[in-house]
Design a protein around this ligand. Structure first.
Ligand code: PIR
Ligand code: CA
Length: 314
């Protein structure tokens, strides 16, 4: 039985690859996509989601725009990393799809309520604004969601500040709400995603798939690689967001430890830090997990396999 997921994202180069993985993997049933301001404005990331879904040949999956800013903080984008469009590099096709008219937060709630309890997994690869509002508006969804698997945070430092990772830092209040809501949270943070590097051999394997979506991904990785080199000095770019999807596909590929996690909301230098409490074994009722690494061979194998299955849909 495939796992039913909703993907909440801010595409974004790595979000786009997460979408391809979710669309092409047979163990995932992608039932809805929601967008949130983050890497770029809501308008841009929503257009990008529609364009990527078009390239991936997604048809009947609702794509809905969610929140256009964090709950409390001033909006901040990652234009240095993702460019003006939020998805610089490939030429974006005119989307063949139109956005679902519902608000993304309503789509999260509707989707959770329309599936049997424990059936739906929420995968979040941007700021947690939509999930936080959904929980506040409809607390009944907490018991309906199997788990929340999110790309964000890390237990050994950040990428946007020394302490904090971008998705958590730009909306830490929402992250706090999601981490403390009472559902299971699997934090796929930098401890894992900084191992998922698009090395030249990986790019070659993707290029060898030879389809339009695979070429699109190669062009994404080309831009992402250059911006990561220039802005953060990474020789090869870490491709964060599909690692969260890989966790859902096969937990063994992205192992995680059960550990209490707290989002720092008041620190002078540590705002947005995801603090792991590693004193002794985690209490039995602890429902937060932190990914510790990723089996890169199997991870990239999943990405290549998904692209092969997607083929040339258009
Ligand atoms: C990636 C992101 C933001 C900034 C940089 N420099 C790199 C986005 C990715 O889409 C991912 O979800 C997360 N935020 C990684 O911090
Ligand atoms: Ca993202």
């Amino acid at each position: 039985m495939p796992t039913t997921i909703l993907l909440d994202c801010d595409p974004g180069h790595d979000d786009a690859i997460a979408l391809f993985l979710a669309a092409g993997n047979p163990d995932i049933d992608l039932v809805a996509v929601t967008t949130v301001a983050g890497n770029q404005t809501l308008e841009k990331v929503t257009r990008n989601a529609l364009a990527v879904a078009t390239v991936a040949g997604l048809r009947d999956v609702p794509i809905a725009a969610g929140c256009d800013r964090p709950l409390v903080r001033t909006p901040e984008t990652a234009v240095e990393t993702h460019g003006e469009s939020g998805l610089d590099g490939p030429v974006l096709p005119a989307p063949r799809l139109i956005a679902d008219p519902r608000h993304g937060v309503d789509v999260i709630i509707d989707t959770a309520r329309s599936h049997a309890p424990g059936e739906i997994t929420l995968v979040a690869t941007g700021a947690l604004t939509n999930l936080a509002l959904a929980v506040r508006l409809a607390p009944d969804i907490v018991d309906r969601v199997h788990e929340v698997v999110l790309m964000g945070g890390g237990t050994a430092g950040g990428n946007w500040t020394a302490a904090a990772e971008f998705n958590i830092l730009i909306d830490p209040e929402s992250a706090h709400i999601v981490f403390t809501a009472g559902w299971t949270v699997v934090m796929v943070g930098l401890d894992a995603t900084h191992q998922a590097l698009a090395t030249p051999d990986v790019v070659e394997r993707i290029a060898a798939v030879g389809t339009a979506p695979a070429r699109f991904v190669v062009e994404l990785l080309d831009f992402f690689g250059r911006s990561y080199l220039e802005t953060q000095g990474f020789p090869h770019p870490p491709v964060h967001d599909p690692v969260a999807v890989a966790r859902v596909i096969d937990a063994a590929i992205v192992p995680a430890e059960r550990v209490p996690l707290t989002v720092e909301l008041t620190g002078t230098h540590t705002l947005g830090m995801t603090l792991a409490d590693r004193r002794g074994p985690a209490p039995a009722d602890c429902r937060t997990f932190a990914a510790t690494g990723v089996d890169t061979d199997r991870f990239w194998g999943l990405v290549v396999d998904a692209l092969e299955r997607i083929g040339d849909p258009v």
